[in-house]
Each structure stands twice: as C-alpha cells, then as structure tokens.
Write a protein that binds this ligand. Sequence first.
Ligand code: PMP
Length: 311
Amino acid sequence: MKIWFDGEIRSQGDTPVSVKSHTLHYGTAVFEGIRSYTTCAGATPFKLGAHIERLFRSAHALGLEIPFSEGDLRCAVQQVLEENKLTDAYIRPLVFLGEGSMGLDVQTIENANPVHVMISAWEWASYFDHGKMTGIRAVISNHRRVFSSPALVQAKASGHYLGSYCAHMDAKKGGYDEAILLDEAGYLAEASSANLFFVSRGEIFTPYVKHALSGITRQTVMKIGVDNGIRVTEQNSRPFSLLAADEAFLTGTACEIVPVIAVNGQRIGEGKVGEVTQLLAQKFSHLVRSAEQQSMSPQFSINQSSAPAIN
Ligand code: PMP
C-alpha cells in the first residue's frame, strides 16, 4: 500500500514515525474520513473540498499549522487513489505531531514538534457490514458526549474518540452493534462515529450539532429529505422520542446510511428497515455515484425546534 507522507508517496512500511511522537502520547491529531466512488469521471471522492476544509478547521482548533495548502491535500488524495489503483475506497488523512517536546508544550524553541500529514486509502465496504441492509441494534450508552469547550465540538480530533471507543466497545460487549451517546443534559447527541436521525409520522428529526459533529453525510441527507418534500427538524430530544419513533438511522462517511431497527432491545417501529430510510439510502447511493455530486448546492432550509423537548 502506498501512503502520501509529508508531500511524498511512500510504501506503508517506510513512513518514519517515532514512538516518541507527541500524538501517540497525547492524542494531539486531527483526521478525516472520505469516501471515493466510481462515477463517469472515474474515482471521485465525495465532497472532497468540504472534507479538506473541515480538516483545516479541525487543525486550527487544536493550533496545528498544516504545512500544505488545501489544494495540495486535494491533489494528494487523488494521487493516493491512483497510486493504489483504488476507485471505491475509504480515504484517511491524518495531521499529527511528531517527536520533539515530550511535555504538552509543543512550541519550545529547541524541541518544537513537527506537524506531519499522512493520507492513506483502502477498500472498506461498509462499517456495519450486513447491518447496512438489514439494520443494526443500538444501545444508549452510559458514556456522555462531553467537550471541554464549544470550539472543540466541530474538530474531528483523535482525542475525542476515546469516549467513542469506550462507548462502542461497551455496546459490542453487551451484544449490540453500536452505541448512542447523550449530551450532558441527557438529550440525544449522536452515535460513536455517526450522526443520529429518527422518523416520526413521516417527518425526520435529528439532534442539534451543539454536542455532535456536523457530519457531511448528515448535511447531505437533510438536503435529500427536504428536496423530496420531507420536513426535517433539528431538535433536542430525549431517548424516549427515539424509542417511540417509526424509524431510525445513522449517517456518516464510513457507514453511509445505516438503519437502526432496535434500541436497548426495543424494536423501533416495526423493527425493520423503514420506508423513509430506504428512500434516503437509495437517493444517497445514486447521488454519490452521479456526475452532479460535486456541483450539488448545499443550500436548503430546515426547521429548528425552539420548543423545549416534550419527551
Ligand atoms: N459524528 C462523529 C463523531 C464522527 O466521527 C463522524 C464521522 N466523521 C460523524 C459524526 C459523521 O460525519 P461525516 O458524515 O462527515 O462522516
């Protein structure tokens, strides 16, 4: 496998990373997950510009200065796909701190830690395997989605995933496929690495992004809903709203759109993949492989419920 590392293509075993890398010790890194699909124009990473922009915003939130331009990294993504002869693939850019200061202060004059960038890609069919077709079983986690500052919520930072990891692994040990995390006030936030939606009486609801990543797939799915005449509302909801919903699903680059058919052992709706979920998944699958995917306008309007959550 070929990796783009600090501006050069290298073999995977030939990427110089020290065991004293700051990131290995403190989780000081930011990353992206991007999917490329086969379109009539060849391998086309979906919303590449938006993902690279988010990588730079995440880096900025952690004070990491990426020593390349957004354009450089967009080209590097294409180069990695070509070098590995990949078309339908998952792409992982990572910005991390190398060896230097072993304390938290990375700007000491003698020992400044270099910012490294690597981009890797591989075939990754679906994060939830069979679950994408038949639906997954989730559990509400005891771990909460908590951030130390509002500025960090939208940073796709490696350190954030410690909570996601613990929640996901606890769910797996309990026999579930995935964890759903609440925010500190007990409202639904998101899954361990995907955004959460539910459908009630034909309308789509999703938590605000105050305690969740503003997912690129989330935005895309909300637009598909609105474009298909379905009302989409962001609101604070208690777990009860999810348990009482007709359908539920998760969205994310790795998992795409995954139906959730049970939560805490209780069926959601009829306990099978719902009609709205199916429609959105079909439209999404068509969009990512279509020629117009890049030119899709992000403009659409959704409802924001200012009413206090009733359940
Ligand atoms: N929330 C979290 C915590 C995530 O890690 C991801 C995956 N990036 C998402 C939501 C979904 O984001 P996107 O649709 O941009 O992949």
